[in-house]
Design a protein around this ligand. Structure first.
Ligand SMILES: Nc1ncnc2c1ncn2[C@@H]1O[C@H](COP(=O)(O)OP(=O)(O)OP(=O)(O)O)[C@@H](O)[C@H]1O
Ligand SMILES: [Mg+2]
Length: 272
């Protein structure tokens, strides 16, 4: 009999990057579903609820779930407003998902007070970056001649502040993981340069690098049903599992492993 260790507090995974459109909401949902399908209880908090990508993804899933059973996260959306007491709103949101084993927080692709405060709750901060020097620029300035890292830039400084805020809050440390997203099959030269620069930067400012996620239609085509590639194998109607679906599932599983969530929680794996 596997033992279910009651959790004192959920493990909090924040998706953050001050660059827009890097895959934060997409990967947040895919990670949530991968964990749900392993039998974990998952909370999702949308701190970018004005745009509301994650909130709509979850709403679409709820609609799907009304017809066909799929596991659902506990979802909370916080719409930013000038008068709000951010800390009070965050405390309330985290209380709503306090019984979950993992809480996944999506943040906007720009600096905001709400996003900043959200970062300070992270046990694990996941920063997806598109495989482009433009995306790297928000984390570090690259010397155009030598093609080496010159200095960390504003998002790296933001994460440094979040690490300090997290330590001050409860003495815990923040594990920062960068994942290259939307990797192409063809741009070998750019890929090599990005791999070298990200590795160099990782040593310099202290983040871990997860295996990259490739550009795949499957990561976007299931949005309206609120599903992910991870669901397809469990659904009764069992759509044809193309090679790219299998590969996408494996990529997300690798991400779950890289984030160390299952080890941290000691959840029993549901055999599939
Ligand atoms: N690995 C991938 N393969 C294919 N499409 C992807 C992948 N990752 C993300 N996308 C697509 O890229 C776009 C941006 O993704 P997403 O909205 O998740 O980014 P974001 O970082 O949350 O953006 P924002 O900063 O605006 O909140 C979307 O159209 C999404 O479907
Ligand atoms: Mg988003």
């Amino acid at each position: 009999m596997p033992s279910f260790r009651p959790q004192k507090a959920p493990r909090v995974v924040v998706f953050g990057n001050e660059k827009g459109g890097t895959g934060k909401s997409t990967l947040a949902m895919h990670l949530a579903v991968a964990l749900l399908n392993r039998g974990l209880s998952v909370g999702t908090i949308d701190l970018d609820a004005r745009q509301g990508t994650l909130t709509r993804y979850v709403a679409n899933r709820r609609l799907f779930a009304s017809r066909t059973a799929v596991p659902m996260p506990e979802h909370v959306a916080i719409v930013p407003s000038p008068a709000q007491d951010i800390e009070a709103e965050l405390v309330k949101a985290f209380e709503q998902v306090a019984s979950c084993q993992v809480v996944i927080v999506d943040t906007p692709g720009h600096d905001s007070a709400l996003a900043q405060a959200g970062h300070a709750y992270a046990d694990v901060l996941v920063t997806p970056i598109n495989d482009s020097l433009i995306d790297l620029d928000v984390i570090a300035t690259v010397d155009p001649h030598k093609q080496t890292i010159q200095r960390p830039s504003h998002y790296a400084e933001r994460v440094w502040k979040a690490k300090q805020a997290r330590a001050k809050k409860d003495g815990a440390s923040l594990d920062w993981v960068v994942v290259r997203n939307r990797l192409g099959q063809l741009d070998a030269r750019n890929k090599k340069l990005m791999a070298r620069l990200v590795a160099e930067l990782s040593k310099r400012i202290g983040f871990r690098i997860a295996d990259g996620i490739h550009e795949r239609v499957i990561y976007r085509e299931l949005f309206l049903d609120g599903l992910t590639a991870e669901d397809l194998s469990t659904l009764a109607d069992r759509r044809e599992a193309a090679m790219s679906h299998v590969a996408a599932r494996q990529e997300i599983r690798n991400l779950v492993t890289a984030l160390g969530l299952l080890d941290a929680i000691e959840a029993p794996l549901v055999s599939r």
